[in-house]
Design a protein around this ligand. Sequence first.
Ligand code: XIL
Length: 359
Amino acid sequence: MNNIKFKLLPQIFLFVTLTLVGCKKSISNDDIVVAPPTISSLKNKTTTFFVGVATRTPQIALSSYTQLIESEFESITADYQMKMDVILPTKGNFNWVKSDEIVNYAITKGLRIHGHALIWHESTPDWLIDYKGTDTEFELEVKNYITAVVTRYKDKVTSWDVVNEGVADVGGTLRNTIFKQRMGDDYMAKCFKWARDADPNCKLFYNDYGFETNTSKQNKIFELILDWKNRNIPIHGIGFQMHINYLTPKSQMQDAITRAVGTGLLIHFSELDIRMNPNNDISSFITERSTAQQLKYKEVVSMYNAIPLANKFGITVWGVKDDDSWLLKHHNNYNEWPLLFDATFKAKKAYTGFLEGIN
Ligand code: XIL
């Protein structure tokens, strides 16, 4: 499957979009009928990378969400329901209900689906954390899990975050997860190989947060990636989660992106949101702050747009509308407006900023 969007000449943009959009974006179902897109939508403005959004059930069963998702976006990520403690909550008992629903929705609508995430310390089920078997048996459980999930969604899920957040925030070391403890320091390489064995065509990502501004974390991530590349471990992409705020320095983000481009890998801004009240100094979304958000979205999207075509994979926004954002609960601050649409599904200035960044 081709992950690179066609570069369309402006003069044939309309014609090609309206005639070929079904081919370009459908994944494996030839019967899909894609509604004619509105020209100004995000997905139609970007000719070189995919624009995605994180979603979940029951959103994908509500027309208020699906109309917006399908008119603006062309890729989705499950924000939680394709993680391990949902799919394998107890030993040996796979529960595919939610993940199937999300994957089937994507396939039916011709949306690309990015798998998130095979291994994440925060979504590891209790039975595996408390595992009583030997380390060898533990490793076999992990291998069987990765193999089962990637095999089930082979040729449907385009790409997977194989390991999420495997590097610590301080000290430039691996995060001390149950996977590192039980499987050793090279556990991530094993996971990548098992995923590749299950689906040789799937793009495999390492995904993490904060390394655009955290030098020791960034150094460790790039050390790992270069080591994996040298050893022919199948890694195809780097996910920058991009949970940033309106004060995150552009220069640091730019340096990290330039470094990632140098690896030759695909780059995914995989969970973009922009906090506008990180210091809790406002109690309503004042105009000055919404304009600042427009500028920051424009800056981030422009930076992404400027990377070489060969590195482009997509930008995924982490949630549809402000009041859905994980950040509200995570920071226990409900005075936060990090996304492109407000609570009434209305496009914000942030949305305009995203469009401006593409131009
Ligand atoms: C978050 C989801 O958005 C929430 O709904 C859930 O409660 C917790 O996980 N980094 C990641 C994502 O890689 O998987 C997290 O998603 C947000 C932080």
